[in-house]
Design a binder for this molecule. Structure first.
Ligand SMILES: [Zn+2]
Length: 90
């Protein structure tokens, strides 16, 4: 499987199938690792893994529907679905 990292895109595109996948937000390796460690500690899930699977770091459910692009972008940062974002941010 070839993964084409599209610059400035929220998605990873699988060029063999054309399937789009959410891409964790670009961060420094150290910060990404810190966020992954935090999510593992707090939720028992690795942030980058759940984002790759389109699931929520907090509740574990599918995270595929967002009310706007801000929430979608937030998902690539926190890995939280719309429902959990709403609970956290009100
Ligand atoms: Zn959730």
């Amino acid at each position: 499987m070839v993964i084409d990292y599209v610059k400035h895109s929220l998605y990873i595109v699988d060029t063999s199938t054309g399937a789009k996948q959410m891409k964790p937000a670009d961060k420094s390796p150290e910060l990404a690792q810190l966020l992954d460690n935090l999510s593992t500690l707090v939720y028992g899930r690795v942030r980058r893994d759940v984002i790759a699977k389109d699931t929520c770091v907090s509740c574990g459910r599918a995270a595929t529907t967002f009310k706007d692009n801000i929430s979608r972008k937030e998902y690539t940062l926190s890995g939280m679905c719309q429902l959990c974002q709403d609970k956290l941010f009100g």
